[in-house]
Design a protein. Structure first.
Length: 80
């Protein structure tokens, strides 16, 4: 599933993922295990409320690499 993040239909970053969860159809949300809880807790709650699958990734570097960006990423989402 992580390999799907290389596609164009992704959103990267906590603010953008939060916004997308409230306005778009999201297939899955990826959260790095080493991301700060204050950043990810609200996203987790929204995912539970909207029945969106949450997939945990080992660390922010791995998530950033999977998204094809040169920086670490706390969260990312796949758009339906």
């Amino acid at each position: 599933m992580l390999s799907k993040l290389n596609a164009n239909n992704k959103i990267v970053g906590a603010k953008q993922v939060k916004r997308a969860l409230n306005s778009q159809e999201i297939e899955a949300v990826f959260i790095a295990k080493d991301a700060e809880n204050k950043i990810t807790d609200e996203i987790k709650e929204i995912c539970i409320d909207k029945h969106v699958q949450v997939i945990y990734v080992d660390n922010m570097k791995k998530l950033g690499d999977a998204c094809g960006i040169d920086v670490n990423a706390a969260t990312a989402a796949l758009v339906k």
